[in-house]
Design a protein. Structure first.
Length: 246
């Protein structure tokens, strides 16, 4: 008998941060994990059950070729896909921001998600159903004009997620989004090198008057729990862990 496809996960953006933490949490739960990133993750690659794929997820052909190279790992399909790869451009004055900034954000946040959806949808169907879990952002509500380019790309991801919840419903696939709010990663906290300790996070939160700062490990537990929803579970939903309004 082949591998149980329901215990196989594909995760994008696994070189660091939330993606690496999500891959680690899936491994802890005894999944086979296929990780996609441009830089790879040598530390995860040493762990049993992890398949490290180096590919530019903005390139649909590269994504399909990388997944096809896994051989037995995806032979029976896949049960969970986490769409995490992304880019957050620097804040910019709305009346001065160049279109290319927004175009780059769409290329990295929306195109990568669409490429992974299109590449894994047949694998989810082959497995008899599963989940697509998008890592979104509370900034998608649009209330921070200096973050418009990033917010617009993340809002487009939400629309893609909801389209997936309808398109693949008959295949037993649920699609949902997690908006984690502030997370202690290099993308969120400039200058952060490595993992911030729980003690430092608690100290930061003691004076963090606007929102709750979380570790990637905490966020990963939420994401994987949502990725394990059954085929008759919630779909088309945004799970917001930020104080910001949707």
């Amino acid at each position: 008998m082949g591998q149980d496809a329901s215990r196989v996960a594909v995760v994008s953006g696994t070189s660091s941060g939330i993606g690496a933490a999500v891959a680690t949490e899936f491994l802890r739960r005894q999944y086979t994990v296929v990780g996609l990133s441009r830089r790879g993750n040598p530390a995860l690659a040493e762990q049993s059950g992890y398949v490290d794929l180096v590919a530019d997820v903005r390139d649909g052909e590269a994504v399909r070729a990388a997944l096809a190279s896994t051989g037995a790992a995806l032979a029976e399909g896949v049960g969970a896909v986490v769409l995490n790869a992304g880019l957050s451009p620097d804040p910019a004055d709305l009346v001065k921001v160049e279109w290319q900034v927004a175009a780059d954000a769409y290329e990295t946040n929306v195109r990568t998600a669409l490429n992974l959806v299109q590449a894994t949808a047949p694998l989810l169907k082959q497995a008899g159903g599963g989940s697509l879990t998008f890592v979104g952002a509370s900034l998608a509500n649009g209330y921070r004009p200096e973050r418009w380019a990033y917010a617009a790309s993340k809002a487009a991801m939400t629309t893609l997620m909801r389209a997936c919840s309808v398109e693949f419903a008959d295949d037993g696939v649920v699609a949902n989004e997690v908006r984690p709010g502030p997370v202690a990663t290099a993308m969120t906290m400039a200058g952060l090198d490595g993992e911030m300790s729980d003690q430092i996070i608690r100290a930061v939160n003691a004076g963090f008057g606007t929102d709750w700062l979380k570790s990637p490990r905490t966020v990963a537990e939420w994401i994987v729990a949502i990725a394990e929803f059954p085929s008759n579970g919630p779909t088309g939903q945004v799970f917001n862990y930020s104080r910001k309004v949707l």
